[in-house]
Design a protein around this ligand. Structure first.
Ligand code: BES
Ligand code: ZN
Length: 456
């Protein structure tokens, strides 16, 4: 291992230069105008995989953005095959004016690299590419068989990847799946994830009168869709933060005593957390700690709401329409399709007769949880300790990676959630960044992890 460790340590500057290039592609999957950039990013990735010695590299077209695949399968049939999943697409950058430096011109400030996609997820994908490169350049081989599956639609719900997996079960066949698209516990504390929340994302469109009205001529006599929508949303939760949708909690698995105790042992301070967000107080479901709320309890949040006049100044209008996007993070064993139905029923129940309401689902994802004591997880814990020089912890994640469920289902292999981001690196927000120490230690960890997997 030491020749590999030395190689990695001696190549940090080059890694930074190459990562900056990968980050320069504006691969925003949701924007139709970036379709070409997404494709160019995929093609760059394929070429880069070839340049580090991966084989059978290919850009696979889908109905949406392409999937990039490559493999190296010469470790031998007695060695495990590891499928590494990540994504090269990124979230939109707006509001652009809140970025300190341009989002697609990566810049180092302090110990961080600032760019859209640095933490989520190009930086983490690159960690594996560099760990693979270190093995292949130094030893001309890898300790395990590796398949890389890097998709371009994760940020828009992986709409076409499920079908790709179904159609390519043989190509993707593996013993273990490794996903690097999550966070460590903190800068001081490397961690291995063992659960993700699911997601049920809905839109509600409310229509009142057939046109915008003068709010003096009509106000008081005709329903205002914004008021009606706001009232409906207000009815979704009580003062204790409990969600009031009938049946919503029916399938929620309670937290075991053991997990509860493990959460409580982690170094987490509510005051520090609040201070970092510049809020005077935290909010959430009564009776649960912050980590319990984040990791083991479902949520309901309004992600966007619009209607009426939002320009500068004042316009006295009673609008014809209003809409909201509302998403629910789900926990084991909630089912997004069932939750969608409960949500629709609830909205229909509380909607006043004075408006028309349309409710429909956007993308969904199932929650995921795995046993923490698998041999694969043990291998990852050893590698984290070697890479970071610190004893890692187990953690759950509040975010969602719906495809994990699908990968496990079709490939019949377990997943290791090996994340190198940090919770406060501004994923999906301006000034997204990646801690470069974690990037370099992530490469050391991954290089070691492949060796540990070979022994597992
Ligand atoms: N990398 C995140 C997911 C994540 C972040 C998991 C932090 C755990 C901790 C991923 O790219 C993401 O943002 N996923 C979406 C899923 C959605 C688009 C279906 C999410 O969680 O909102
Ligand atoms: Zn991600």
């Amino acid at each position: 291992m030491s020749n590999i460790t030395d190689f990695i340590k001696n190549n940090n500057d080059r890694y930074l230069k190459e990562l900056k290039h990968f980050l320069s592609y504006p691969s925003i999957s949701t924007n139709p105008e970036n379709k070409k950039d997404v494709l160019e990013c995929a093609e760059y990735l394929k070429k880069h995989m070839e340049s580090i010695g991966m084989q059978n590299a290919k850009v696979y077209p889908t109905k949406g953005h392409p999937v990039v695949y490559s493999d190296w399968l010469n470790a031998g049939a007695d060695k495990p095959t590891v499928l590494i999943y990540g994504h090269y697409d990124v979230q939109p950058v707006d509001p652009l004016e809140l970025w300190t430096s341009p989002p697609f011109e990566a810049e180092v400030r302090g110990e961080n690299l600032y760019a859209r996609g640095s933490a989520d997820d190009k930086g983490q994908v690159f960690i594996h590419l560099k760990a693979i490169e270190a093995h292949l350049s130094q030893n001309k081989s890898l300790p395990v068989n590796i398949k890389l599956l890097i998709e371009g639609e994760e940020e828009i719900g992986s709409m076409n990847l499920g079908q790709f997996i179904k159609d390519n079960v043989e190509l993707l066949k593996c013993d273990v799946i490794v996903v690097s698209d999550t966070s460590m516990f903190s800068k001081e504390l490397p961690a291995l994830g063992y659960a993700l929340r699911g997601l049920c994302y809905m839109q509600v469109d409310v229509t009142g009168p057939n046109r915008d009205l003068h709010s003096g001529q009509y106000g008081g006599a005709v329903e205002n869709p914004i008021n009606a929508l706001a009232e409906m949303i207000a009815k979704m939760k009580d003062a204790d933060g409990r969600i009031l949708i009938d049946g919503f909690y029916d399938d929620v698995a309670p937290l075991s005593k053991e997990e509860k105790d493990n959460f409580a042992k982690l170094p987490f301070d509510d005051k520090e957390y609040a201070a970092g967000l510049e809020v005077d107080a935290l909010a959430g479901e009564k009776g649960y700690t912050t980590l319990e709320r984040l990791w083991s309890r479902p949520t309901l949040d309004c992600n966007g709401i619009w209607g009426g006049f939002t320009g500068e100044g004042a316009k006295t209008v009673l609008p014809s329409k209003a809409s909201a996007k509302i998403s629910m993070r789900l926990v084991p064993n909630q089912d997004p399709d069932k939750i969608e139905k409960l949500f629709v029923d609830f909205v229909k129940k509380v909607a006043p007769k004075s408006i028309k309401t349309e409710v429909y689902g956007q993308h969904h994802g199932k929650p995921w949880i795995s046993p923490i004591d698998s041999k694969w997880n043990k291998a990852a814990m050893k590698a984290l300790k070697a890479g970071f020089g610190k004893e890692p912890v187990f953690m759950r994640e509040g975010g969602s990676i719906p495809i994990v469920f699908t990968l496990e289902e079709y490939l019949k292999a377990p997943t290791v959630l090996l994340g190198f981001g940090l919770p406060d690196e501004n994923a999906h927000s301006p000034d997204e960044h990646l801690n470069m120490n974690n990037f370099y230690n992530g490469i050391l960890t991954s290089a070691d992890f492949y060796e540990e997997l070979a022994k597992a």
